[in-house]
Design a protein around this ligand. Sequence first.
Ligand SMILES: C[S@@+](CC[C@H](N)C(=O)[O-])C[C@H]1O[C@@H](n2cnc3c(N)ncnc32)[C@H](O)[C@@H]1O
Length: 338
Amino acid sequence: MLVFGFSLDTTTPYHLGLSSIHQRQQFLRTTTFLPSVAVPVGGDDVLTSHDDNNNDNNNNNNNNSSKNSNPALFHTVQGVVCREVTNELPVIGTVAVLEATADSQEDLVNECLELEEEEEFEIGVDVAEGDPYGAVLWPAAWAVSNYMLSRPDLRDNLNSLSIVELGTGTGLVSISVAMGGAKRVIATDYEPLALALTRYAADNINSSSSSRIETQLLDLCDLEQQPLPVQGIDIVCAADIMYEPKTGVAMAHRAVEALRNNCRVIIGDSPGRAGRPAFLDTLNELGVEGAEFQETIGKTCSGPRNDLICGKGSTSVSDTPQELSVALLDLKPNMLKG
Ligand SMILES: C[S@@+](CC[C@H](N)C(=O)[O-])C[C@H]1O[C@@H](n2cnc3c(N)ncnc32)[C@H](O)[C@@H]1O
């Protein structure tokens, strides 16, 4: 569950600007959780290729000026219109994931705002569904993918490794390691839309990953009732999920759960996330020694971003992908003492 009302890159609360959007809300509620359908935009029976910059002028001031020389490919997944975003990675080359378009991001954000409205305009209430952050890509996903595909001890053994990803979002990490040959990948998230985007991209766009990827709903904060699926798993990984202290604390407990089950834990985190200090403190309290994030290269993202997903001036986005310093932590089971 997400405490909404904060953009991921800042701790400044936003004026939520609640408006009456019942039709949109109804649309989302009735479509978000239906099975995915490959519906090309425009009703064609092939995927539509066009420039979506015209649609992206409403909500964000970060990078709408980006003019992509390659026209985007669009897909509709569970009623959410998405565009293909390509990423270049070592060994495997191009991996495409799906990001909600600017209009779809606005719909998702409005869903969260409407849920808050139902809670009598409180800022910071729990929103059980409609966390919009996983509908776009974040910089640490590229960093974690790159790490697992590049490091000799991981890369050379990938085909014998089974991997669980927490908070998979658009699925870049899971799809990348599956394309790199991982034996088995379980992509998890608490948001069904994120899993649908990952499943769709694995099955329809990056088909060499398809048979190796499973998806599973998992709330990483529900420590009591939802254990990690660690049986036969070698690595538990996550990218850019610690945007709240609560999630940082939960991630520390999940890391220890994984280490106790003899898994390696690999976490990527973009600069300035609010959950990282809480994560490190909790990890220390739980007896993990020597946990230190190292700086590594991530990539900024360059699609449109709603202001309530990425605040103005966010370091996560730029007109074209740029290198960005991302923190990466690699924990081994012997780092858990006691
Ligand atoms: C900022 S996005 C990052 C997505 C992706 N890992 C990436 O780097 O592009 C955070 C993701 O974590 C998921 N998430 C947040 N809180 C969660 C929780 N308590 N349990 C499971 N997933 C969660 C969100 O749904 C979203 O997909």
